[in-house]
Each structure stands twice: as structure tokens, then as C-alpha cells.
Design a protein around this ligand. Structure first.
Ligand code: PBG
Length: 326
């Protein structure tokens, strides 16, 4: 028999790389960093092996460990010294993320992304201001338009501290427009907005909520984050954020939502990001700990798959460990 097509020819060493369609570089990755205003030494995060909460005065040192691996960008999350109903430590000039941003901007070359959300700062743990009676009636939820004002303040204060990119993650309708307007009015036209455009109400965020102490005190986030059942709706969310001026559009989580990453890639002409979230990281670690998977291999493969699906950049807890092997 004469075969006319032999795809295996191109799989030989020496040819494989020449025809590889997808690449993964340290510069494609953003590493999450947790800064804790209540800590005076580094505290390991149980649910996320290899990650820790660092005190503010170690933020720059922590970021330098990351940039030494070749990763050039970090996203900062803060654990504040105190919480209140509206999350006012989120936009305080001397807030944990603002202080850390100043230090990292002054002492490192890293590109600083800041997460713009209030769940780490509110005493109820929701991503914005809530109705006063919400605790007794879980069908009541975050007050959208009041929250816009708080998000705008938070983003502007992060920009004042030196953030290069702000990343709103609260799934508040209109958040990108409110933040873009606030940044422009304050003279921060050059600060980019990376929007968590299609962020699902996902059980894969569990370990993060331990790490950042941001679990809701009652109810859940299904009245503002997206229903995992919906793909078409993601197209709408992405379009809305693009129309409001988002510079980069993100899908989150990543692995269980690669279809959404792909459709976002095809729908917009802007960079697409994907967030490989805490639960995705934790499950690969847990399987590796039991000897069921080889960690380095599955970490790399998962990131390559996210790139192949269409993500230009990836937020991942593997950034630091994978980068030196690329
Ligand atoms: C803040 C925020 C969350 C994550 C990123 N920003 C938590 C949430 O929405 O519950 C999750 C990241 C992860 O799981 O790694 N809203």
C-alpha cells in the first residue's frame, strides 16, 4: 500500500520544533503574589504548595525571585489589616496593595498588575457593596452601581501607586467604563485595563479564597459571576468589556473553559488572557503528590494547551517553576 500522507514524518526530532504551532515563553506568563498586611513573616499557603503570603516589606524581594526566573509580570493581591462593609482598605493610599505596588515599582523591573476587586476588603466577602438586608435574604446581592464608584476609586489609587495594568475582577456591569473614565480623569491614560471579562462562578477558586481570605460570609457569587452553563453569554460579556475600552480580555478559569478562550480569540482583535486558577493548580499538585501525575509535565502541557486555545498571556501559579524550563 502506498500512503500519500505521513504526518509522522514531521514528528522526528529536529523537525518537531520547526513545525510547532504554539510556543510558551516566560514573557507570556503573569505570576500571582499575595501581600499580607497582617503578617510580619512569610506564611505558606497550605492549599497552594509553593506559594506564600508575604509581608509588605518583602513584596519587592518576592517579586525579584519571580523576575529572576524570566517572568516579567506579577499580579498583586492584598490581605488588608482590617475589613468593613464597603471595603475601604481597597482604595486607601496606604492600603496593602498600594504600599506593595510602590515598593515593587521602585525596587524591581517587574510589570505590575493589580487586581481590582473588593472581596478581600469587605467584611462580608462579596465583591462590592451589598444591600443592607442581604445577609438575611441571599437572593439580594451586590449593589452594582454603588460598587462602580468604589472600583473606580480602587483602580485610581492603584494607578497612583504605580500599577502598570489594573485588572477588574468583580463582574460588575459597567466596571471597565467606570475604571477607564476614572483613570483618564486622573491623568492615567497610559495605565492599561486587563478585564476579567468572562469570569465564571467556579468551584475552582476554593484555594484562592483561603489564600486571600476572600470567601463570602454568606451566599455565593452566582448573582454576579457567570453561570458555567453559558458560553454564548461570554461572547456578550467580552464584547461589552471591549466596547468599554478593555485593553486585554480575560477568561477565567482556563482549563475547564478552553472553548471560551477559543471563541474569545476569534471574536476580538485584542489580546486574550486566561487565568489558570488556584483549583487548577491545586489539583495537579494533589495528583502529583499521590504519584498519579508528573507535575512538571502536566504543568507545561496545561499551559501550552491554554496558549493553543488562543490565550496570548496566562496568569498562572506555575509561572515561576515553569519559566526556567522554557
Ligand atoms: C477576586 C478574585 C478571585 C480570584 C481572582 N480574583 C476570587 C473569586 O472571585 O472568588 C480567583 C483566583 C484563583 O482562584 O486563583 N474576586
Amino acid at each position: 500500500m502506498r500512503l500519500t500522507e505521513r504526518p509522522r514524518r514531521l514528528r522526528r526530532d529536529g523537525l518537531r520544533d520547526l513545525v510547532a504551532e504554539t510556543t510558551l515563553r516566560p514573557a507570556d506568563l503573569i505570576a500571582p503574589v499575595f501581600v499580607d498586611a497582617t503578617a510580619d513573616e512569610r506564611v505558606p499557603i497550605e492549599s497552594m504548595p509553593g506559594h506564600e503570603r508575604v509581608p509588605v516589606d518583602e513584596a519587592a524581594a518576592r517579586v525579584r525571585e519571580i523576575t529572576d526566573t524570566g517572568v516579567e509580570a506579577v499580579i498583586l493581591f492584598g490581605i488588608p489589616e482590617s475589613k468593613d462593609p464597603e471595603g475601604s482598605r481597597g482604595w486607601a493610599d496606604d492600603g496593602v496593595v498600594q504600599r506593595a505596588t510602590r515598593a515593587v515599582a521602585a525596587e524591581t523591573d517587574a510589570t505590575v498588575v493589580t487586581d481590582v476587586c473588593l472581596c478581600e476588603y469587605t467584611d462580608h466577602g462579596h465583591c462590592g457593596a451589598i444591600e443592607e438586608t442581604a445577609a438575611s435574604d441571599p437572593t439580594l446581592t451586590v449593589r452594582n452601581d454603588r460598587t462602580l464608584e468604589l472600583l473606580r476609586r480602587t483602580a485610581v489609587s492603584q494607578a497612583e501607586a504605580g500599577a502598570d495594568v489594573v485588572a477588574p475582577s468583580s463582574m460588575t456591569d459597567g466596571m471597565v467604563a467606570a475604571i477607564r473614565e476614572g483613570l483618564d480623569e486622573a491623568g492615567h491614560e497610559d495605565v492599561a485595563v486587563l478585564s476579567y471579562a468572562a469570569k465564571y462562578e467556579s468551584a475552582f477558586y476554593g484555594p484562592f479564597r483561603d489564600a486571600a481570605d476572600g470567601a463570602p460570609a454568606f451566599g455565593d457569587r452566582r448573582h454576579y459571576q457567570m453561570d458555567p452553563a453559558n458560553g454564548r453569554e461570554a461572547r456578550r460579556e467580552v464584547r461589552l468589556d471591549a466596547d468599554q475600552g478593555a485593553d486585554v480580555l480575560m477568561v477565567k478559569p482556563a482549563m475547564p473553559y478552553l472553548d471560551v478562550v477559543r471563541q474569545t480569540r476569534e471574536a476580538v482583535d485584542r489580546p486574550v488572557a486566561a487565568y489558570q486558577v488556584s483549583g487548577e493548580y491545586a489539583m495537579l499538585h494533589a495528583a502529583a503528590d499521590r504519584g498519579l501525575l508528573e507535575l512538571d509535565a502536566v504543568a507545561l502541557e496545561s499551559l501550552l494547551a491554554i496558549r493553543r486555545a488562543g490565550a496570548d498571556l496566562i496568569l498562572t501559579y506555575f509561572a515561576e517553576t515553569v519559566a526556567p524550563r522554557l
